[in-house]
Design a protein around this ligand. Structure first.
Ligand SMILES: [Zn+2]
Ligand SMILES: [Zn+2]
Length: 463
C-alpha cells in the first residue's frame, strides 16, 4: 500500500526529485527499508456484509474472541466490529505481532483512532502497521536516533549537505545575544539623528524558535535534524512554517532556536511576530519602525500634535498595505503621503498590531508593578531590570523608539508633545495585558502611561 502511495506521488507524474535521489536515499535508510517491509493491510470481509455502517468492513456486534479468531490467519488482517462494551461505537481490530490490537474507531468525514486523520480505513491501517512495525523492529534505534544529530555539523551526505551548508551558514554566528553597548561617539541627539539615516546594521544574531506545524510529506522525506527517514503514510513529521525546516516530531524538541525565516514564507509585514520579521529581513529592528521614524524625523518633528493628531484612516490602511506588499520598497515619502500624521499613524498601528507587544505579555505585569513603586529610584531600577529581560529584537525596537520620542519632546515648543502625553498615547500601544479584560485595561492605563513616560524621560540611562 505504501508502494502504491509511493507510485502515486513519484510514478504518477508528480515527480519532484530525480529518481537517483530517491534511490540513493533508499540505500541510506534503515527505517525506509523497514517501512517497505511492514505488513500490508488485509481486509477480512464479513460473510453477511452488514451495510448499516459507514464502514465497509463492518462485522456488526461480534465478540472480541470471535474477531480474534477471524484475524488469526495473517499479519495485517483487520476488521471493524461494534463494541460490545459500548454499543453504537466502532472498534478496529488489527492483527500484528501475533496479537490482536483493538482501537476505538471514529469517523467525521475522515477516519481516525488518534491524531492522524485518513481518507480511508485502508490508509489508516497501512499507517498503523508501518508505525507498529517500525517501532517494534527499531525501538532501540529510534531511541538513539537523536543522540548524534547531523544538525550541528557538516558533511553528513552529499545529498543533505547542500541544504545543511546553506542552513548552517545562516545566522549560526557567535554571539547569540546582542550586546547592548552604547556607542560613545553617538552621544548628542543631533549626531545620533544623522546616524539614523544610514546605519549599516545589516546583521542580527537574535534567537528565534521554529514555528513547527504537523506536516504530511509526499514521497519519502528525511529528518533534517537526525537524518533518519520520516516514516508513516501521513503526518510523518513537522515543518517550520517560517523557514521550512523538516524534522521528526520528537526531533523538533531538540532543534536549537536558530530559525532563519525565509522571506518567501513571511507573507505579511504588519501583524507578523517582531523577531520573525527582523530575522526574515536580516535587520536589527523591523524596517517599518526605521522607515517611519526616518520619515518623521525628516519632515515632521515640528508638526503640531505629532502622534496625537490622527491621520486619515484609509490612508493609514494604504500605508499598511504597501508595507505588506512591497516591504522595504514601500513608498512613504512626502510625495506619496503629504500628511505626516499618516506615517505616525501607520507606525502606531504597526506597534499595536504586533501579535506579541513590544513590551511582551510575559513581562507586562513586571512593568506595571514597577510603575506602582513609590520610590523613584527603585522604580527606575525595576523598569531597567524588566528591559533586560525583553527579547533582543523587542529591546532594540523599544530603545530606538524611545530615543526618537525623546527627540520629539525636544521640539515641544512647536509640536506640543511631551513625555507625559506621549506616554498616554504609546502606553497602550506598547503594553497590552496578557488577558483581555476591560477592567484591567482601565486600571492599568495610568501605569502604562507612567512606564512609557519614564522610558522617554530616562531613555539615556535606561538603555
Ligand atoms: Zn524555522
Ligand atoms: Zn529526526
Amino acid at each position: 500500500a505504501f508502494r502504491a502511495g509511493f507510485k502515486a506521488s513519484y510514478g504518477g507524474g508528480v515527480v519532484s526529485c530525480p529518481v537517483s535521489y530517491v534511490l540513493i536515499n533508499f540505500l541510506l535508510s534503515v527505517l525506509y527499508q523497514l517501512q517497505q517491509e511492514a505488513p500490508r493491510p488485509k481486509r477480512i470481509t464479513c460473510p453477511q456484509e452488514v451495510s448499516t455502517s459507514v464502514f465497509l468492513q463492518f462485522h456488526g456486534m461480534i465478540s472480541r474472541e470471535y474477531a480474534d479468531e477471524l484475524l488469526s490467519g495473517a499479519e495485517g488482517s483487520y476488521l471493524i466490529r461494534e463494541s460490545q462494551r459500548q454499543p453504537g461505537s466502532h472498534t478496529l481490530a488489527l492483527r500484528f505481532g501475533h496479537q490482536t490490537f483493538n482501537y476505538r474507531l471514529f469517523y467525521d468525514g475522515k477516519h481516525f483512532v488518534g491524531e492522524k486523520r485518513f481518507e480511508s480505513v485502508h490508509d489508516l491501517v497501512t499507517d498503523a502497521l508501518i508505525i507498529l512495525y517500525i517501532e517494534t523492529k527499531a525501538a532501540e534505534y529510534i531511541a538513539k536516533m537523536t543522540t548524534n544529530p547531523i544538525y550541528e555539523h557538516l558533511g553528513y551526505t552529499s545529498l543533505l549537505k547542500d541544504k545543511m551548508v546553506h542552513r548552517l551558514s545562516r545566522g549560526r554566528t557567535e554571539p547569540r545575544r546582542v550586546t547592548f553597548q552604547r556607542d560613545e561617539k553617538i552621544s548628542s541627539p543631533l549626531v545620533r539623528r544623522s546616524a539614523l539615516k544610514d546605519t549599516p546594521e545589516k546583521q542580527c544574531f537574535y534567537e528565534k524558535i521554529h514555528n513547527f506545524k504537523v506536516h504530511t510529506f509526499r514521497g519519502p522525506h528525511w529528518c533534517e535534524y537526525c537524518a533518519n527517514f520520516m516514516w508513516g503514510l501521513i503526518a510523518q513529521g513537522v515543518r517550520c512554517s517560517d523557514c521550512g525546516l523538516n524534522v521528526h516530531k520528537q526531533c523538533s524538541k531538540l532543534v536549537p532556536s536558530d530559525c532563519q525565516p525565509d522571506l518567501r514564507r513571511i507573507k505579511k509585514v504588519f501583524s507578523c511576530d517582531l523577531t520573525t520579521l527582523v530575522k526574515a529581513h536580516n535587520t536589527t529592528r523591523p524596517m517599518v519602525v526605521d522607515m517611519c521614524i526616518r520619515e518623521i524625523e525628516l519632515r515632521g518633528m515640528k508638526s503640531e500634535g505629532l502622534y496625537r493628531v490622527s491621520g486619515f484612516s484609509e490612508h493609514i490602511e494604504d500605508v499598511r498595505l504597501s508595507f505588506d506588499r512591497d516591504g522595504e520598497k514601500a513608498d512613504i515619502s512626502a510625495s506619496a503621503y503629504a500628511d505626516i500624521n499618516i506615517i505616525a499613524g501607520a507606525l502606531k498601528l504597526y506597534l499595536r498590531d504586533l501579535p506579541i507587544p513590544v513590551i511582551t505579555f510575559d513581562l507586562y505585569s513586571k512593568f506595571i508593578q514597577a510603575a506602582k513603586m513609590p520610590n523613584s529610584d527603585s522604580r527606575l531600577e525595576a523598569i531597567h531590570e524588566g528591559l533586560l529581560q525583553l527579547p533582543p529584537a523587542h529591546y532594540e525596537t523599544l530603545r530606538y523608539l524611545m530615543a526618537h520620542l525623546k527627540r520629539v519632546t525636544m521640539f515641544e515648543k512647536d509640536n506640543l508633545m511631551n513625555a507625559e502625553n506621549l506616554g498616554i498615547i504609546f502606553g497602550p500601544t506598547l503594553m497590552q495585558p496578557p488577558e483581555l479584560n476591560a477592567l484591567t485595561t482601565l486600571n492599568d492605563m495610568r501605569q502604562q502611561k507612567v512606564v512609557v513616560q519614564l522610558l522617554i524621560e530616562h531613555e539615556d540611562v535606561l538603555f
